[in-house]
Design a protein. Structure first.
Length: 252
């Protein structure tokens, strides 16, 4: 067998999850010695054709060209991993899913007929089969490195299914809801951040998206009890993972 190949792809996003990989620095040098990075435009203008052993995909699908390109990448990739809220839930740009894109373009652009866009912003998983998803805005570097290491040695990545609340308990962090009355999405949010915000006495913002079985209908009354109005509750869910959180709330 030859050296495994790794490709990193960008769709509609802020590049923050790709930067998480670049920020690995020393670990990235080790990784580069174990794989052949064939395409990673955030780091190099060099582009090599596939097939690829592993593709990391950042960003949401927002144009017809995106739809075509993600299918081409899927066909060329043995394993496809989506990274970040944009690639797993459509990102903050999925706010467009609840409005009229034709109206938006008519207001913003002098020639809206030049704009070739989809009415929605969706995750690649809505268009192709995805093997693994790393959630977060941005992703967690430890989770990213563990996933890449797992794929290199042929084992299944360890991706947590617990909630941020569980991470708080494991770290011995006092519950900000119970102790301080701070609104927090930890009970319904997927683990992965290490309970970063509650550790510093801030409520969870839901960066890692909804947990596998989020009980949002039970959390909303708690958020209202802690001082949020109905509009505030809508806003707290309408951030990085607005599309997935809205789906979970509408299902209940």
């Amino acid at each position: 067998m030859g050296t495994p190949t790794l490709a990193v792809w960008k769709f509609a996003s802020c590049d923050g999850c790709q930067l998480t990989l670049l920020d690995c620095e020393d670990e990235l040098l080790t990784l580069a010695g174990q794989v052949q990075i064939t395409t990673f435009l955030e780091a190099s203008s060099a582009v090599m054709s596939g097939p690829y052993d592993v593709s990391l995909v950042e960003g949401s699908i927002t144009t017809p060209a995106d739809e075509r390109r993600i299918r081409e990448i899927r066909e060329q990739s043995a394993t496809l991993v989506t990274i970040g809220a944009c690639a797993t839930a459509g990102g903050i740009q999925a706010l467009r899913n609840f409005g009229d894109v034709a109206e938006f373009t008519s207001v913003v652009y002098a020639h809206p007929d030049y704009i070739d866009t989809l009415a929605t912003s969706t995750a690649p998983a809505e268009h192709v089969t995805v093997d693994y998803q790393l959630q977060g805005c941005p992703i967690d570097r430890g989770q990213l490195l563990d996933t890449l290491a797992a794929l290199l040695i042929g084992r299944k990545p360890r991706l947590p299914a617990k909630t941020v609340c569980t991470e708080c308990k494991l770290r011995g962090v006092t519950c900000v809801v119970v102790a301080e009355g701070i609104p927090c999405l930890g009970p319904v949010t997927h683990a992965g951040c290490g309970a970063l915000c509650p550790t510093y006495h801030r409520g969870c913002y839901g960066c890692f998206g909804p947990a596998a079985t989020p009980n949002t209908s039970a959390l909303v009354p708690v958020l209202r009890r802690d001082g949020l109005s109905n509009d505030d509750v809508e806003r707290v869910f309408s951030t990085f993972n607005v599309a997935h959180f809205s789906t979970e709330r509408n299902d209940r």
